[in-house]
Design a protein. Structure first.
Length: 186
């Protein structure tokens, strides 16, 4: 028996619609200290079309609602599962037999299809890499990441931005409190 734990993302490097999921989750970045909505205005329609949607205002609204549900569920917000279930009520997966096995066809109102695809991508990430989809550890950041590191310990959306910022802040705090220094000496 093999006791070695393998990184599930090494075998399945990217799930279907993973890019859609991450771009949707990360469409509320903090800019100048305030959350921005990258689905607002014409950008929302462009986002939708980029991922194969129709770009309608109704579709963008469903994407916004799904984004909020998925962000809440990744953060572990109370009631998130119930809100996600309610948002998915209009969709159905229907099996279709093929010589290779079953294909699952999504049936939903056209304006909800792209939002449902994002939810399915979230579910596949949860199944193939449990615990690897997470919110950035920088409390001032509003971005998400899929941890692809072997030990599964990635904390930040970007080491270059949030990681360095948080490490510099921790270093400054240690210097200020006198707990830093060589070999733990102040």
């Amino acid at each position: 028996m093999d006791d070695v734990q393998h990184n599930p993302l090494e075998r399945n490097p990217m799930v279907e619609d993973e890019e859609l999921l991450l771009v949707l989750l990360n469409s509320t970045p903090v800019v100048s200290g305030r959350p921005a909505d990258e689905l607002a205005g014409a950008a929302g329609g462009e986002f939708s079309v980029r991922f194969g949607g129709n770009g309608s205002a109704a579709e963008v609204e469903h994407l916004r609602q799904m984004r909020e549900c998925l962000q809440d569920i990744v953060r572990g917000t109370d009631g998130a599962v119930e809100r996600l279930s309610a948002a998915l009520e209009g969709g159905v997966l229907v099996p279709r037999a093929t010589a290779q096995g079953l294909d699952w066809e999504m049936r939903s109102p056209e304006d909800e299809r792209l939002a449902f695809r994002a939810a399915l991508a979230w579910s596949r990430v949860q199944e193939t890499a449990p615990g690897r989809l997470r919110h950035c550890a920088n409390e001032e950041c509003n971005l998400y990441l899929i941890d692809r590191s072997r030990p599964g310990t990635a904390k930040w959306c970007s080491m270059a931005v949030c990681g360095n910022r948080m490490k510099a802040r921790a270093h400054a705090d240690r210097q200020r409190t006198g707990t830093g220094g060589v070999l733990g000496r102040a």
